[in-house]
Design a protein around this ligand. Sequence first.
Ligand SMILES: [Zn+2]
Length: 340
Amino acid sequence: MAVFIQSRREALRLLSATAAVSIVPPAWGAKGTTIRTVSGSIPASSFGFVLPHEHVMVDFIGAQKTNRSRWNPDDVVAVMQPYLLAAKQRGVRGFVDCTPAYLARDPLVLKKLALGTGLHILTNTGYYGDAKGLYLPPSVQNETATRIAARWLAEWENGIEDTGVRPGFVKIRVDGLAVAPTRMSEMDDKLLTAAAMVNNKTNSAVICHSPGPSGLSAALRFAAKGGDPGKFVVAHCDDNGVDLNQQIAVAGSWVSIDAIGRKTEAEHLSIVMPILQKSPRQLLISMDSGWYHVGEPGGGKIYDFNALSDRFLPALRRAGVTAAEINRLTVENPARVFAL
Ligand SMILES: [Zn+2]
């Protein structure tokens, strides 16, 4: 049984706790050992090969117009299930759905897909802020971080809306100021503060959509607000460049290279290898794929979840990455970051 240490803080806590007594690995169910899927909790050791950033469905019409009447859940399940099964055939066991509230997060669709495929599927709480505020109801814009965190924690405890499905992580988006992406807007700051509050109470991972320099600022801000940097995932780091990604890792957070399949294998190798060599325990890879587009007939063009298994993992092997290193990247790292 693997014992994962979540953070420097936890390492210190473990050290002081074990100073006087012998080291006893925590039982499953203790902190850091369970993953919360849409179908309930599982041991982190059963999570398996995980795609840590994907989307079953997305609706980009905006918070004021999106609602459940805009899609037929059965149609979404019928269209998307074969894609999930194709991923499963390739060895995938865990699927982290990163579609947030007000962009067609539908826990019941995910639950049906989990039942139909046997995959461990996660959904999220949190808000997708953006500079124009398109994906948040105006009422949220004026709320305090504490009020926002209380709503996310209510979902965490009681489930999302009336579905009874509980989220397994927090998903946010912050952009930084339009004129200075390394500086956080008031809304960004509230979302990061609320995420830190929820992380403190639940040990949940926080995935933050924030490509470019705002990602590092977000990670630092989250930690300054008391969040555990070892649970903070900066999403969409593919075009950040080696230095910025290294700084995110040095800050103690996760670098998520999640557009595998959208560049050549050689291009993505040049992005992934430097992180793999210096900070292998802070790297996640995924495809940001799928996307049943609400509003388009049959969900429009769907992107499969196969590029990572079919093309990129073989490219890593050809580049000399060992089976153990690939296992750490695709199995151990996701288990560590999503374990509660
Ligand atoms: Zn995404």
